[in-house]
Structure formats: C-alpha cells, structure tokens
Design a protein around this ligand. Structure first.
Ligand code: SF4
Length: 367
C-alpha cells in the first residue's frame, strides 16, 4: 500500500521520477491535497484517468476515517479511526484572542492535534493518560487530522459566527490532543515541515504550538531547531513532590532540570513560554502554590494559563468552584502573576490540557 501523504513535496517529486512519471505530477497532487483538501485520487481531474485508476488500487492519501463529531461551547470534537482500527481525537476550537496583533480574531480557529494513540505518560488527572498507550501516529495520520478538519470546515464557512477564509480555515495548530508530541518528535517535526511548506498548506511556524508535559530531550531539540514555534509546558504544580504526584514523568524529567532546559530555550530563542496549569480543588490552588509559582517563574517571559480541572471518571478530585478559582486568581495576582483563565469550554467534549477522553455520547470507544 502506498502512503504518499508521508512525503514532502521534494520527496514526492523524486518518487515521481523513480516511477517514470513527470515530476510535475507531484505538484498536481500536492495542490489538490493542500489547497483544495481533496484526497480522493479519482477527483484529481488533471491527472491521466488511466493512472488514477491504477493508483486507486493501492494508494491511500488519507489513512483516517471520520467516524463521529460532537459539538459544544464553540468547539467541535472529531473522532477518527485509523486504518488499524484505533481511535484518536482532534478538536476544532474557536479562540478568544488573536495570536498576533495583525490577526483578525473573527477569522481565528485553532485545531488541537493528537500525536499518539493514547499517551504513555499517565498524568493522574488526565482521561487520555488513564486509557493507556497504543502507538505513535505516523506523519500522514497527523496530517490527516488537519485535512479532515479542513474538509469538515469547507461545509461550515460561518462556524461559530465567524467569517472564515475561503481556503485554509484553520489559523492555529496546537499539539495538545492525545499524546506527548516530544515522544513522537521525528514524525511531529516532519508533519510540521510539510504543514509549513509555502507551496502547500502554508501555515506559519508562529501559528504552531507544541505542548509538552516537560520532556527535557524534546525541549533541547526544539531549542536547537530554532524555528519560531510556540512552546507550552504543562506545569500543574510549582513543587517537585507535588508535580511528581500529578505527573509521573517528572520523576525522570525533574522540575529543576525542566526549568533549566526552559531557561536555555528562552535564552537561545528569546521566545515567551506558555505555562499551562490545571487547577484541582484543594490540590494546587492554595496560597503557597501561588507563592511557589512566583519563585519558579520570575526569571521567565511567559504567559500563564489556568484551566479548571475537568472531572474524569474514576478520579475523585474536584473541579474548583468559580469562587475558588477567583480566590486562586487573587493569590496569583498578589504574587505578581498575571494569569488567564481559559474557558472551560466543552465539558462533554473534555477538550483542553490533555484531558481528551474517549467517552462518546455515552458510549465508550476503544483506543
Ligand atoms: S496530560 Fe498530556 S502528557 Fe499527561 S497523560 Fe494526558 S495526554 Fe499524556
């Protein structure tokens, strides 16, 4: 079976030559896929019919199938099935503010992408972590999420009351769905290179965010790569023990080393870091947490997002009440941290901060 979506345009052109086709066939296919989001080879009408018939036998351009959608609170969750029968999720989100001053917020949609089937890191508050890990996603499975989301959006040009552009409708990509992107870095990086290709999808590096649980090696690699990709780090506690309790990965990627890697990243790139903080009632919303955060974050240029914990079945922790969130915001303000409260949109969707789950309309979907 041929999986050509894994290839960059240059590699596709080389492949065309090796199979005896003119190199410009690669550009034709690339244009159909990345500007029109057409993945059915039979619909690529400028390719010879005979060749289309041949390719239809064993070419797979889209290795995912959309099996369900769920809409709530200005977000749509898409459930995809892979060719080997796994399920992954992607979320289309309306954003509240622009990434850049020149950006029109009325045209802004973010796509939250998965990088793995499940996640091996097992953060204790996370629905994805609870369901375990199956495998890394291939490059075309990462890209397929973008194409299928764009296909869905072609039929909804005024989704959430926005006036979306006629071609690419997604303005921002965040690797914040299922999985830890730095544990599948080779494929994630290749997918980003394809997505940013100016001859194709053409999204800017600045509009892509990698969200990590704090994988040191990955942060070092991103620092070396030095593309203007945004980095978001799930922090969840300013204390070593507290963080290890919530995120077992921080036993092998300790908080002190994480902070050092982030300092290097910021010294090297000059870019601001976004810290994500899931607030769990009575666990990490105390005054001492705010004070710990001040000590930890003062050397950084950063954004600080707090997200109320979404309840996960089988975990006894509680979502903080609005009053409790207000108090925590006051604690943060008193220590000089200006925090943004992210809307807890999509309670059923459970989107945000690695809390994608696989409960669909009251039916459980297996990884
Ligand atoms: S929060 Fe993120 S890193 Fe942690 S288990 Fe969930 S998906 Fe994995």
């Amino acid at each position: 079976m041929k999986r050509w979506l894994n290839l960059s345009l240059e590699d596709l052109r080389t492949l065309m030559e090796t199979i005896g086709q003119p190199a410009h066939r690669a550009n034709q296919i690339w244009t159909w896929v990345w500007t029109k989001f057409v993945t059915d080879i039979q619909k690529m009408t400028d390719l010879p019919q005979k060749w289309r018939d041949e390719l239809s036998q064993d070419l797979v351009l889209l290795p995912l199938r959309l099996v369900d959608t769920l809409e709530e609170d200005e977000s749509i969750k898409l459930l995809f099935q892979t060719m080997d029968g796994h399920h992954i999720e992607t979320v289309i989100l309306k954003q509240d503010e622009a990434t850049e001053e020149t950006e029109d917020p009325k045209k802004r949609l973010t796509l939250c992408l998965s990088s793995q089937v499940g996640c091996p890191l097992g953060c204790v508050f996370c629905a994805t972590g609870k369901i375990g890990f199956a495998r890394n996603l291939e490059v075309d499975e990462i890209l397929g999420q973008v194409i299928l989301a764009e296909q869905v959006l072609q039929n909804h040009p005024h989704l959430f009351g926005l006036s979306l552009p006629s071609q690419r409708k997604i303005s921002n990509l965040v690797f914040m769905g299922m999985g830890e992107p730095f544990l599948n870095w080779e494929n994630v990086q290749k997918a980003i290179r394809i997505l940013t290709s100016p001859k194709g999808y053409g999204i800017g590096y600045r509009h892509i965010t990698i969200s990590t649980a704090g994988i040191l090696e990955g942060i070092h690699k991103l620092t070396e790569w030095n593309q203007p990709i945004r980095l978001a780090v799930s922090l969840h506690s300013p204390f070593r023990m507290g963080r290890e309790r919530l995120m077992p990965i921080s036993k092998t990627n300790p908080l002190d080393d994480l902070m050092m890697a982030l300092r290097e990243y910021q010294d090297h790139t000059g870019r601001r870091i976004t810290f994500e903080y899931t607030v769990i009632a009575g666990i990490n919303d105390r005054r001492e947490d705010a004070e710990g955060l001040r000590k930890l974050l003062f050397p950084f240029k950063y954004l600080f997002n707090i997200i109320p914990y979404n309840p996960v079945e089988g975990i006894e922790w509680e979502t903080p009440s609005p009053g409790r969130i207000k108090t925590f915001l006051r604690f943060l303000d008193e220590v000089g941290i200006s925090a943004t409260l992210r809307k807890s949109r999509g309670r059923k969707i459970a989107a945000g901060c690695g809390q994608l789950g696989l409960i669909w309309k009251n039916r459980e979907v297996k990884l």
